[in-house]
Design a protein around this ligand. Structure first.
Ligand SMILES: [Zn+2]
Length: 101
């Protein structure tokens, strides 16, 4: 389930470690609502992880928030893996996991 952000909501981001089925990734979580953001959609590296100072100018931020780590993983698989060969994903799950770590 995707939560659509209201304009009045100001997220207070904190770093958050997601672990589902052996997949570990770091993203941002809102302290108030507990919503987990998609690290790709919001450019977590510059939003809360502080691994990059700012996001690239041409980066399109999308507001995708989830209630559970599992929902986030499903989103990444279904939404961000679209351009990849699905057969490849199924046949080499280990390689795919490396991609989103
Ligand atoms: Zn996303």
């Amino acid at each position: 389930m995707v939560f659509v952000m209201a304009y009045t909501w100001e997220p207070k981001w904190e770093k958050y470690r997601v672990e589902v089925d052996g997949i570990i990734l770091y993203t941002c979580r809102d302290k108030i609502t507990g919503m987990i953001a998609c690290p790709i959609c919001i450019h977590a590296a510059s939003t809360c992880l502080e691994t990059e100072k700012r996001r690239p100018r041409d980066y399109t931020v999308e507001n995708s928030f989830f209630f559970s780590p599992h929902d986030l993983i499903v989103h990444i698989r279904e939404y961000h893996a679209r351009g990849l060969n699905k057969k490849y994903l199924v046949s080499s799950e280990k390689k795919y996991k490396k991609l989103i770590k």
